[in-house]
Structures are given as C-alpha cells and as structure tokens.
Write a protein that binds this ligand. Structure first.
Ligand SMILES: NC(=O)c1ccc[n+]([C@@H]2O[C@H](COP(=O)([O-])OP(=O)(O)OC[C@H]3O[C@@H](n4cnc5c(N)ncnc54)[C@H](OP(=O)(O)O)[C@@H]3O)[C@@H](O)[C@H]2O)c1
Length: 313
C-alpha cells in the first residue's frame, strides 16, 4: 500500500513510518521541512504544509491511504503566524479534500482524548472539529484518541522536567491531573493495524497505557531515572493560571492560560480500546520500565514491548 504519513517526521510519525515500512508498505513522510536523514531508511519524504491545499494535493493523490499526525502541541502556545484552528481544522479539511478528490480510500486521523467542539482548550476544540470533518467525509476513516505518548524523543516527559526543577518544585494543581501514558512502540503497531484491517473502519479508539500516573508521579519518575529526587509543592490551579497569564510558570517556556487548562483535563480512558488490537493493558510497556526503573531497562523505541505490568505506579 502507498501510505502518506502527514507529520511523519515527528515523534509518533517516525515510529509509525518505521512500522509501516517494516510491514512492506511504500511510505512517504510529509512535513513542511522534512529532513531525509531524520526519517527511517527507505521512507520517502515530501514537502507540504497542510494549511496550504496546493502544496499537498499532488502528494496526497498518489496514495492509497493517508495518516494525519499533524498538530500543534497542547503544551506550548502556537508559534506566531499559526493557530490550532488553521493547523488542526484547516489542515484536516485540506487533507480530507485532497484525499477525496485524489481517490484515496483509507484515512487515519490522530486526535486526542477529550477532543470535542465544546472542550475547554483550543487544542481540544479544534481537534474535535477536525474529527467531525473526517467522519463527515466519504473516506474509510479510523480515529485515534490517545492519552500522552512516551518514547525516545517524546515531549511529555521532557516537558514535565522543563516545568519542574529538581528537589523542590511547583506544578499546576499540585501535579494531580491523571494521565495514562502509552509507549509509542505499543501505539504505532495499532495504528498500522488500523490501516490494514477493514474491521477498524468507522471506529474511534480511546487508547491509554497500563498505568494511571499523576503529573507529579511523572516528574518523580523522570528525576529518579537521573538519580535525583523531586518534591512537588501544590500550586492551586487558579494561581497557576494567574502566573501563566502574567509570565508563564517557567521563564522561557511559551506557556499560557490555555496550556494550564490543558494540564487540568483528566487524560485517562474509561474503557481502553487497546483490546481492539488484541492487546491488554497488562502487556503494554510502563513508563517505569521505559525509564529503566523497573523490569526491563531503558531501550530504544524499536525494542519489543515488555510483557510485564509495573506494580509501582
Ligand atoms: N505526543 C503525544 O503525547 C500525543 C498525545 C496525544 C495525541 N497526539 C497527537 O499525535 C500527533 C503526532 O504528535 P507528535 O507528538 O508526533 O507531534 P510532533 O513530534 O510535534 O510532530 C508533528 C509533525 O507535524 C509536522 N507539521 C507541523 N505543522 C505542519 C504543517 N502545517 N504542515 C505539514 N506538517 C506539519 C512536523 O514537521 P514540520 O515542523 O517540519 O512541518 C512534524 O512532522 C498529533 O496529532 C498530536 O496531537 C500526540
């Protein structure tokens, strides 16, 4: 199958491109500035900006399937000149239109937990509107809504450390918002399965990892992996919002009220749809295992998943 991975040079995209290539597909990674050296060997690159229809139309038309991974981060304010609406909603509209006009059949949309046109943050609102564009299309679609994703090159663990300092730190809401992090090495094969198996057409999948962890716990684990400890001070969410509105909780981190709100949204799944891919939470890799704190040590994102669930979270 010819598969276009829009956003294929990013964190999840690189892992998905590798998985699809290993399964024998012809894979192209599309991005605004793709560096051919940063994608797995054998994966083609294409230049395109999803918010500019003319820049993607030809590349999309050559495909059997499209995966849309393009997004702005929920954790940082959008760079000037862009917006969540332009990239999430406008970008999805352009990809869907190009796919429909180009005769592409399969379309996998990467969304996020709690995406909804009435959600409390721009990131989630525009993700929700983008889902509506996909489901209203003539394409054979599948929508993924994962919790936070970890692995080599991830943003979440790095961001948590950026937001904290070792030994004593403050986190919005005391860092109590629950997350259910999933390893990219577990998620990418599920996305590849979704493209290959017609049973996944027309499905929404809410996907989480094996453990529910607070942001405080993620910070503790991240520092523990470096041989250091951290104590989190509770900063009430209202103060965090005020702080973020004034200067941002950490100097040099482009963090605003919308980003603080995003750290207050429960990021766990009610029913974990990993079962739709023949997996159970017990055989997914935990963050502790990935960080080398229990079970298997730190390994690359190409490593096989652990078969043991951590008890320590
Ligand atoms: N990482 C997580 O924890 C997580 C959790 C839930 C959902 N998701 C979703 O999963 C998807 C992938 O996340 P990720 O963490 O892999 O993101 P990422 O590492 O930031 O990658 C984003 C990719 O999109 C490309 N891109 C950005 N703007 C573009 C544009 N206008 N036109 C074309 N390409 C563009 C980037 O390349 P250029 O900058 O060179 O264009 C890059 O390849 C996103 O939809 C995200 O919302 C992620």
């Amino acid at each position: 199958m010819n598969v276009l991975v829009a956003g294929g040079t990013g964190f999840i995209g690189t892992n998905l491109c590798r998985e699809l290539r290993d399964r024998g597909h012809d894979v192209t990674a599309l991005a605004r500035e793709p560096n051919p050296d940063s994608v797995p060997e054998g994966v083609e690159t294409a230049v395109g900006d999803v918010s500019a229809y003319d820049s993607i139309v030809e590349t999309v038309a050559a495909q059997d399937a499209v995966v849309n991974l393009v997004a702005l981060s929920p954790l940082f304010e959008p760079p000037s000149g862009t917006s969540h609406e332009e990239v999430h909603l406008g970008g999805t509209e352009n990809l869907v239109r190009a796919a429909e006009e180009g005769g592409v059949e399969r379309f996998v949309q990467m969304s996020a937990l709690d995406a909804d046109p009435d959600a409390p943050t721009e990131y989630l609102r525009t993700k929700g509107l983008a889902e509506d564009v996909v489901t209203a299309s003539a394409l054979e679609w599948t929508i993924f809504r994962p919790s936070v994703v970890f692995g080599e090159g991830d943003e979440f663990v790095r961001f948590t450390k950026k937001l904290t300092t070792p030994y004593l730190t403050g986190l919005p809401g005391g860092g109590e918002t629950p997350f259910q992090p999933i390893w990219v090495g577990d998620l990418a094969p599920m996305m590849a399965d979704a493209l290959e198996d017609d049973r996944h057409i027309g499905q929404y999948y809410e996907i989480g990892g094996p453990d529910v962890l607070t942001m405080e716990r993620v910070a503790e684990l991240a520092y523990e992996a470096d041989g250091r400890s951290v104590t989190v001070l509770p900063i009430p969410m209202v103060l965090a919002k005020l702080g973020a509105a004034a200067v941002g909780p950490v100097p040099f981190v482009p963090f605003g009220p919308d980003q603080v709100r995003s750290l207050n949204v429960d990021n766990t799944v009610a029913d974990n749809d990993v079962t739709a891919f023949g997996r159970t939470e017990d055989d997914l890799r935990t963050l502790e295992e990935y960080l080398g704190l229990s079970g298997s040590g730190p390994e690359s994102s190409e490593s096989p998943p652990s078969s043991h669930r951590s008890e320590a979270a």
